[in-house]
Every structure is written in structure tokens, then in C-alpha cells.
Design a protein around this ligand. Sequence first.
Ligand code: GSH
Length: 211
Amino acid sequence: MPILHWSPRSPYVRKAMVALHEKDLADKVETVRTHADPMIPHEGLMAINPLSKIPTLELEDGRVLFDSHVICEWADLESADGPQLFPADPAARLEAERDEALGTGLLDVALPWLVELKMRPEEQRSEQMLAVYRTKMNRVAHWLEGHAARLTERPFDIGHLSIGVALCYLDFRFDGEGWREGRPDLANWHAGFAERPSVQATTFRDDPRPT
Ligand SMILES: N[C@@H](CCC(=O)N[C@@H](CS)C(=O)NCC(=O)O)C(=O)O
């Protein structure tokens, strides 16, 4: 069975997990809890992924896949079940992958924001960077509100998946930031996303960290 290096705290892992559920592959992949600490590179993980990041997927034939984009693409190629996450039509695919990049880009803002807030000693915290992260989060949410109709009308793809998971992560870690305020169309679209069985099956959780 393929092995997925996994954590219930990681939004990039959740992106891969939602894809596995959507494609009916979740039972065909074993998850192994791996603690990828951005402050302490993980020797065991780096032996297979030099970036020391999760998700990392070890296939049975010895190939190792990362990052979340590649693992989602593998899931789409591996199984014809569920929605086609990467559309065949070139224009539709470009739009889907652009939106995927926006979702992971939002996570690329949220993760260092969290590190700055929770992991750096208070005296080393940069108020300037905190303001930059908040600005970008708000601009992404604003952009998404303007594109919510498009998200609602087109078939589910990797763009929906990535954006939906990123907004779930804001709920998990940045609840006080209120991304829904003044953005009814986006909030409405996301409420539908949150009802998908793949999303319900993969909720975030602060589990005890492995030693
Ligand atoms: N671009 C990667 C990002 C993965 C990533 O940053 N994962 C975090 C966990 S949420 C990680 O492993 N961090 C450890 C580190 O940065 O060293 C993806 O989409 O999979």
C-alpha cells in the first residue's frame, strides 16, 4: 500500500486527503503520522523528501511524490472515480490550476503568519510581516468574493479543493480574522464545500505531536 506522511494539523496534507477521498482512494493509502517542524528538519523524512515537508507519498514501486499538487494529480490519474480534479480541456485546466495556486498561495501566507505568531519569541516578532500577512489574506478573500459565482457554476476541480481547504484552515487557525465578513457569496459557496463527505472526513485537529 502507498504510504502518506500525514498530520491532521497540516492544510497541505488535508488537500491531499480530500483529493484521496474524492477519488475513492483514501482506503488504499496508509497514513503515517509525521511531524514536519519548520524549525527542525526531519532526518527520516529528508531521506525521501529533501524539503522535509508533508504531504509526502511513498508509492509501492519506490517512487516518492511531493508536494500536495503532485499527490492530487497522482490521485486523479490513479482513479477514474469521483470528479476529474484536473480538467482535460486546456482552458478549464488553466483556470483550475490558477485557483489551486491561489488556495495554496493563501496557505503559503497563513503558515508563516502562524509561525510568526505562535512559534517566534514575542521580541522577535515582526509587526510589519504580521500586517503583510493580514493584508494578503484580506486581498485573497476579496478576490474570491468577486469570483464566487464562477466557483459556484463550474464543476468541482482542484481549484475548488485547494481554495476550500485554505478557507477551512483560516477557520481552524485564524477564526478571529473573520474572512466571511462582507463576503456573502464566498461564505455561501464555502458552506456547500464544507458539506462534501471528503471535507467532513478530513477535519483539522490538534492531536498530540509524535515524539
Ligand atoms: N508546497 C508544499 C507545502 C508543504 C508544507 O509546507 N507542509 C508543511 C506542513 S503544513 C511542512 O511540512 N512544513 C515543514 C517545513 O516547512 O519544514 C505542498 O503543497 O505540499
